[in-house]
Design a protein around this ligand. Structure first.
Ligand SMILES: NC(=O)c1ccc[n+]([C@@H]2O[C@H](COP(=O)([O-])OP(=O)(O)OC[C@H]3O[C@@H](n4cnc5c(N)ncnc54)[C@H](OP(=O)(O)O)[C@@H]3O)[C@@H](O)[C@H]2O)c1
Length: 293
């Protein structure tokens, strides 16, 4: 079982605990397939999930595997990727496979895409995701920090898109989903690199979405709120009380698990989402307070 870095923050007695009666009905997966009852219609499609060795990327890869999608998992740490690949196989993607990728390195991106193409053909679904940039305030950043964040959050994603978009248009079917942050709707204090480059990515993808909307390819972004992963812990601290604090100003009253995040991405990759494009959808428990948050 892959943990996605989730260590069970939500204990009995926490504020968000669901009462025994009345509030929410338990949704049981289909017993035979262990999949949800909603069919996203993408069984047999091929997906490339970047940043898939942990956290949100791993959870998305497994959610797609549950839909019967053939998943290519990419990140730097091959050992952790193999663990996610094994879990994906158990969940419904028997040929799930790990590919080495460093999004900061253009040669690594090209080599990964060549290898994915050799093994799976052109990906029909691409989930753009990777690590977060160095945290900090504007006045603390150096030119090297800006360069590194540009390579990780913007250039790396654009280099992937340069290769994957044309085959999707030719096939007249494709799904691109970029995992970004609520920072693109409301800048976050002391995360200036994220605020700057994720917003640029959303603007580029909004432009792309319109350009290729007539070709059966949708392009959407997720504005991620606070999900319990290694990244969130690195920002808030490993201490459980700090993570509980991180959830207090979220209207739902807590941070989320990666498994609560991933289905939204799987939905956007699915057939029923064919008329949704150019959107940035918040999965944030109501954190962003804007009218269109
Ligand atoms: N969790 C949240 O609450 C939250 C909120 C808003 C935004 N985000 C953003 O969403 C993204 C994913 O978050 P997460 O919480 O899942 O983070 P995470 O737990 O730190 O996972 C990051 C993933 O990206 C991979 N990665 C890091 N650097 C990479 C690189 N240079 N090339 C390729 N892959 C790389 C990591 O694998 P390797 O180390 O194996 O490469 C890992 O699989 C991050 O950009 C994060 O900042 C997260």
């Amino acid at each position: 079982m892959v943990s996605h870095g989730y260590r069970g923050l939500h204990r009995p007695g926490d504020r968000h605990r669901i009462p025994k009666r009345g509030r929410r009905r338990k949704v049981r997966p289909n017993r035979q397939t262990k999949r949800s009852c909603v069919d996203f219609g993408i069984r047999g499609r091929t997906a490339l999930v970047a940043g898939a060795s942990a956290g949100l990327g791993a959870a998305v890869a497994i959610a797609l595997a549950r839909e019967g999608v053939r998943v290519a998992l990419a990140a730097r740490n091959l050992e952790r990727l193999e663990g996610v690949a094994a879990e994906s196989k158990r969940c419904g993607a028997p040929d799930a496979r790990a590919f080495a990728l460093d999004l900061q390195d253009a040669d690594s991106i090209a080599a990964m895409l060549d290898e994915v193409h050799r093994v799976f053909g052109d990906p029909e679904i691409v989930v753009l995701n990777g690590g977060g940039p160095k945290p900090g305030r504007f006045t603390e950043m150096t030119g090297a920090d800006w360069d590194a964040a540009y390579r990780l959050l913007l250039r790396g994603m654009l280099l992937v898109l340069e290769r994957v978009v044309a085959p999707m248009r030719e096939r007249r079917w494709g799904r691109i989903v970029a995992l970004t942050s609520t920072a693109v709707k409301q800048p976050i204090d002391a995360l200036v690199l994220s605020n700057a480059f994720r917003t640029a990515l959303v603007a580029a993808l909004r432009t792309l979405a319109v350009e290729i909307a007539g070709d059966g390819v949708t392009v959407n972004c997720i504005a991620t709120g606070r999900i319990e992963t290694d990244r969130l812990r690195s920002l808030y601290g490993n201490d459980e009380s700090k993570l509980l604090d991180a959830g207090r100003d979220v209207p739902i009253g807590r941070v989320a698990t990666p498994d609560e995040f991933a289905p939204a991405v799987a939905f956007l990759c699915g057939e029923p989402a064919r008329y949704i494009t150019g959107q940035t959808i918040s999965v944030d428990g109501g954190l962003v307070r804007g009218l269109f948050g």
